[in-house]
Design a protein around this ligand. Structure first.
Ligand SMILES: [Mg+2]
Length: 279
């Protein structure tokens, strides 16, 4: 079988209640709209395993155990700010009798390694050798356009540092859709969370939860949107193989988090728009 594109489909777990108009939509960035940071897990997980292995007693835990534990918590925290994954690493080290560094140092080293992986993509975009849509999840731009044309207010919230998020939104030429409202992680990490962003946008726009829809490929945004009574759509993007259908592993996780529907991407923007907004 060739790996040609699979047809777009919407897996519906719960339909959206149609008695409220959609007035606002919240998007996650990495893996949901942007492919610039594709593969970040393959940087974080080996690095964290490397650090944790230094304090592991090999008669108690095998390298496979270390990898499984690391993968589990990294995944569970995905969507929150990166520092929380680093804080958890420090806790795992402490639990095994080690003395961890300041979690901020783990974050710095992780970002240094990740930057090595993604710099070539940033350079391609910045020099114009790649088109923005080469790194936008399929159909994403058109879908945002449809929402905006129907006066749905668009918000973007990411667990990546705000400085990088804004720069990458700009490189992908998506800034205009969000009216400048792009939220990312802060140095003072307690001042930001996706739940806080949702609270704020609900208050500012005087929204009912049911007037909010959310799109994300991670646990956190799905849970947060669900918690306020919004409609959370899991975007199970196949980042390494765009067009290859849903990523089965992401799909499972998104369902566990309470996603009301699952899509592989936005590659049929009108169909998705009709489902979410017009149904
Ligand atoms: Mg994401």
């Amino acid at each position: 079988m060739t790996d040609c594109a699979r047809p777009f489909s919407i897996e519906i777990i719960r339909a959206r209640s149609a008695n409220r108009r959609v007035r606002a939509a919240l998007f996650d960035f990495d893996g949901t709209l942007s492919l610039i940071r594709e593969g970040w897990q393959n940087v974080m997980i080996p690095y964290f395993c490397e650090v944790l292995s230094e304090v592991v007693d090999p008669t108690v835990e095998t390298p496979e155990d270390v990898e499984r534990i690391t993968r589990d918590y990294v995944d569970r925290i995905t969507g929150k700010q990166t520092i929380y994954q680093c804080i958890r690493l420090a806790e795992e080290i402490k639990r095994r009798g080690g003395t961890p560094l300041d979690p901020l140092l783990y974050k710095k080293e992780y970002l240094r390694r990740l930057q090595e992986r993604i710099q070539s993509r940033v350079d391609l975009l910045a020099s114009g050798k790649a088109a923005p849509d080469d790194f936008v999840v399929r159909g994403g731009r058109r879908f945002l356009q449809l929402l905006r044309d129907h006066e749905v207010k668009l918000y973007l919230a990411s667990g990546t540092d705000e400085y990088y998020v804004k720069q990458e939104v700009e490189l992908l030429e998506l800034t205009e859709f969000f009216d400048g409202v792009v939220y990312g992680a802060q140095d003072d990490y307690k001042t930001f969370s996706k739940a806080m962003v949702i609270d704020r946008l609900v208050k500012i726009n005087n929204l009912e939860g049911a007037e909010l829809v959310g799109f994300g490929d991670g646990y956190v945004e799905i849970e947060n949107v669900r918690d306020v009574g919004g409609y959370p759509v899991g975007v199970a993007t196949n980042e390494a193989n765009p067009g290859g259908g849903v990523d089965a592993w992401k799909r499972r996780r998104l369902l566990d988090a309470g996603a009301a529907a699952i899509v592989p991407d936005f590659s049929e923007p009108q169909k998705l728009f009709d489902f979410v907004v017009n149904s």
